[in-house]
Design a binder for this molecule. Structure first.
Ligand code: NAD
Length: 336
């Protein structure tokens, strides 16, 4: 039995996480969920967006399955997602985007994994106003050699272990010569230690153009925090949208699984949010726990339901009458 901290989150979070838990439980994996709270809902209920009990649960389980959290704006609270990633040093954010049979997009053979540095860069949280009038603001991007080495090495190891051919570093070292230059230097050094994996380097703006024109050029992509955040939404767009992309946040002794998308307040409470992204994050969780058979079962069932296009949410099929709950039920029914 695996003990996992479950945070359902805000907005569409509870509805999609209920379906994900239902599907994971049906996959045959033995998981005991320990429910904890975070985000806007926790702030309203307990007066803090990150209660001590939630941290205590994650301290104990070291594995969390999390729905999206609404970022509280203008109250001095920083992003809870960023805080969790930094506290537990969840340095590797892995976001795979793969074309789905049954989801019509411009390309049908996209298979890109974004490996995003998750603890430093421009999201290091070092922001302030320089003047009392608040008319000059400054953000500091922090890139360390140690942080760059561990994420780039993770990307190459990931490529080797998952039979991928190539790692591309996307950077802006031509302008940001110190921070991005350091990241690029480390990428070149690391590539030399992995002669079996092809290495490519692309300037981030050109990378966006190439990715949209010819996604086959990319396999595993590694970049600093903000570039990875933006690029992974781009890859989501290439394969059918945010409702389909899972993410794993991996550290040396803790891991947190979630969707790439946010709490989507515009569609909350309507039973139309696509649960696929969090369900696929559940598959990544199962693989992390060594439950490979259950993960494969779950993935096959999701692929069947998505490719049939009948019991899917309207973002995948505008003619579908099915919603979040019906899609979850269909995935459970599709399990072999
Ligand atoms: P969002 O990802 O919540 O939504 C962007 C668009 O995608 C919206 O139109 C939404 O309806 C749609 N969408 C998202 N998920 C979907 C799904 N599962 N099915 C169908 N459509 C879906 O981004 P946003 O609106 O910029 O952010 C809303 C809140 O979420 C903000 O407070 C933001 O800070 C937060 N956020 C949290 C996380 C996280 O918890 N990891 C990630 C991103 C954003």
């Amino acid at each position: 039995m695996h003990l996992v901290t479950l945070i359902k989150g805000d907005g569409i979070g509870p509805s999609i996480m209920d379906e994900a838990v239902k599907v994971i439980d049906a996959s045959g994996a033995k998981i005991q969920w320990e429910e904890a709270h975070a985000g806007l809902g926790a702030h309203e209920k307990f007066g803090t967006p990150l209660p001590d009990a939630t941290m205590a649960s994650f301290d104990k389980t070291r594995v969390a399955f999390k729905g999206p959290l609404t970022t509280i704006v203008g109250t001095g609270f920083r992003s809870i997602n960023v805080a969790l990633r930094q506290k537990y040093e969840l340095y590797a954010n892995v976001r795979p985007a793969k074309s789905w049979a049954g989801v019509k997009t411009r390309y049908d053979d996209v298979d890109i994994v974004i490996v995003r540095e998750n603890t430093e860069g421009l999201y290091a949280g070092l922001e302030h106003y320089l003047t009392p009038k608040k008319d000059i603001a400054e953000s500091l991007a922090v890139v360390t050699r140690a942080g760059s080495e561990r994420i780039i090495d993770y990307a190459f190891k990931y490529a080797r272990e998952n039979n991928r051919q190539k790692v591309t570093v996307c950077h802006k070292a031509n302008i940001l010569k110190y921070t991005q230059g350091l990241f690029l230097d480390v990428a070149r050094e690391t590539a030399a230690r992995y002669p079996d994996i092809q290495f490519d380097e692309k300037i981030i703006d050109a990378a966006c153009m190439h990715m949209v024109m010819d996604p086959k050029k990319f396999d595993v992509v590694v970049c600093t925090n903000m570039f990875g955040d933006i690029l992974s939404d781009l890859t989501a767009g290439l394969v059918g949208g945010l409702g389909l992309i899972p993410g794993a946040n991996i550290g040396n002794d803790a891991a947190l699984f979630e969707a790439v998308h946010g709490s989507a307040p515009d569609i909350a409470g309507k039973n139309i949010a696509n649960p696929t992204a969090v369900i696929m994050a559940g598959a990544m969780l199962l693989n992390h726990l060594g439950e490979h058979k259950a993960a494969n079962r779950l993935i096959k069932a999701v692929e069947k339901v998505v490719s049939e296009g009948k019991y899917v949410t309207p973002d995948l099929n505008p003619h579908s009458k099915a919603g979040t709950i019906e899609m979850g039920n269909a995935i459970v029914d599709a399990m072999e």
